[in-house]
Design a protein around this ligand. Structure first.
Ligand SMILES: *Cc1c(COP(=O)(O)O)cnc(C)c1O
Length: 429
């Protein structure tokens, strides 16, 4: 069969009914462990001579179906699903900087990621350098010193909708033997597929638009199967023998998949943030409507942008569809399906009026999630990004009056009416 197109893959990839008593909807394998047939089978599984399931912390069929489906959507070669987006990010960066070193990171990233950069990684001996050089590949090149283990960016950033040129970033990073890790959570593979732009590793919070119903916490790590960047000099961790593997190294066992294999064997196995089969099942159901949801969210966001741009209560609006969007040319080239459901705006009023506005919102949910079927609103500087220090706020270009919206699937007219009445209640109109 010819390679299936995106929307067919999101319904069909990674699961065959004939493997499961012809069940159309993937079964939830609600089991902690799996019987060995005999002692030889046990030994084969433990030494990776045979593929199979051992224990749900490191593998479960329902979790595999979910992971394989996202892999097919992104055009990845290898994948592992984990218990949250933060686990995906932490495991990925620890796997690359297992022996220490520096991660060059974009300032335009999720608040929890910045928090991990400030508090978790230094404690584990990993140096994080947050740099706006990701906006300028020439400047970035000067920072790619021998101790750099990865460049870390978000494709479309949270909450500012910064859009980075991943083709250009990958080109300079690869020249210096460094892989590029992309958090593609906001974009989802429907809007943007980082591997087609040179990325080596993609991470997701599948909690967000990817699964889209605000009912699970989940994450994924994917790679492009190109192991040629991982030299023995810079990444010895992949080439060191492990007792449990009979003295073999991750690279010996899976020459085309040792990045994800080591992430599973060391971090998923030993730090243990496993995805539950129930949640993986909900993720699979969510994926079935990925394109339809993100397309409608994008349309709703565009209508909200138009309304906000014309409102006297608003100082500025940021979204790829906004009049004065900073990355217009890049968006036209890289986001043919639109800019997604997340937008932000600056409220034109005092902190008290901003609070009054939020306290009068009736339809939008006031909380920290995004990508939900429901529309969400939040004052990011005081909540999702409250971990940032003053310097990081400036570097990340997050003004204190920023309000983030994640457009849902409602009728845009109802959403606009809700904003209008809340602006009025706050005395802004
Ligand atoms: C939410 C989010 C994360 C963290 O994901 P969790 O599933 O909440 O752990 C990481 N990156 C981005 C861009 C996010 O929005």
């Amino acid at each position: 069969m010819a390679e299936l197109k995106f929307d067919t893959r999101k319904i069909r990839a990674g699961y065959e009914p004939s493997d499961n008593n012809q069940a159309v909807s993937p079964p939830i394998y609600q089991t902690a462990s799996y019987d060995f047939r005999d002692t030889q089978h046990a030994q084969n599984l433990f030494t990776y001579k045979e593929a199979g399931y051992l224990y749900t912390r490191v593998g479960n069929p329902t979790v595999t179906y979910f992971a394989e489906r996202v892999k097919a959507l992104d055009g990845a070669k290898n994948v592992v699903a984990v218990g949250s987006g933060m686990a995906a990010i932490s495991y990925t960066l620890l796997n690359l900087a297992a022996k220490g070193g520096t991660i060059l990171a974009s300032p335009y990233v999720y608040g929890g990621t910045i928090d991990a950069f400030d508090r978790l990684f230094p404690e584990l001996g990993v140096n994080i350098k947050i740099t706006d050089a990701v906006l300028d590949p020439e400047k970035l090149e000067a920072e790619l010193t021998d101790d750099v283990k990865a460049v870390y960016v978000e494709s479309i950033s949270n909450p500012n909708a910064y859009l980075l040129d991943i083709d250009a970033i990958s080109e300079v990073a690869h020249k210096h033997g460094v892989p590029v890790v992309v958090d593609n959570t906001l974009a989802t593979p429907y809007l943007y597929r980082p591997f087609e732009h040179g990325a080596d590793i993609v991470v997701y919070s599948a909690t967000k638009s990817l699964t889209g119903h605000g009912n699970i916490i989940a994450g994924l790590i994917l790679d492009n199967g190109d192991m040629s960047l991982y030299t023995k000099e810079r990444y010895p961790q992949f080439f060191e023998p492990i007792v449990m593997l009979g003295g073999k190294s991750p690279a010996d066992i899976f020459p085309d998949n040792y990045f994800i294999f080591r992430a599973t064997l060391v971090y998923l196995n030993l730090l243990g943030a496993a995805l539950s089969p129930q949640d993986a099942y909900l993720g699979i159901i969510g994926l079935e409507t990925l394109s339809e949801r993100v397309a409608k969210q994008t349309k709703n966001a565009e209508k909200l942008v138009k309304y906000l741009e014309n409102s006297p209560a608003v100082e500025w609006v940021r979204h790829p569809s906004a009049e004065n969007y900073k990355f217009k040319a890049l968006a036209e080239k890289h986001l043919p399906n639109g800019g997604g459901g997340v937008l932000s705006f600056g409220i034109k009023g005092t902190a008290e009026q901003e609070a009054e506005f939020l306290n009068n919102i009736k339809l939008f949910h006031y909380h920290v999630n995004l990508g939900d079927a429901r529309s969400l609103i939040v004052d990011s500087p005081n909540t999702t990004h409250s971990e940032l220090n003053d310097e990081e706020f400036v570097l990340a270009d997050i003004p204190k009056n920023l309000i983030r919206i994640s457009a849902g699937l409602e009728d845009a007219e109802d959403l606009i009416a809700d904003l209008e009445q809340a602006f009025k209640a706050a005395g802004l109109l």
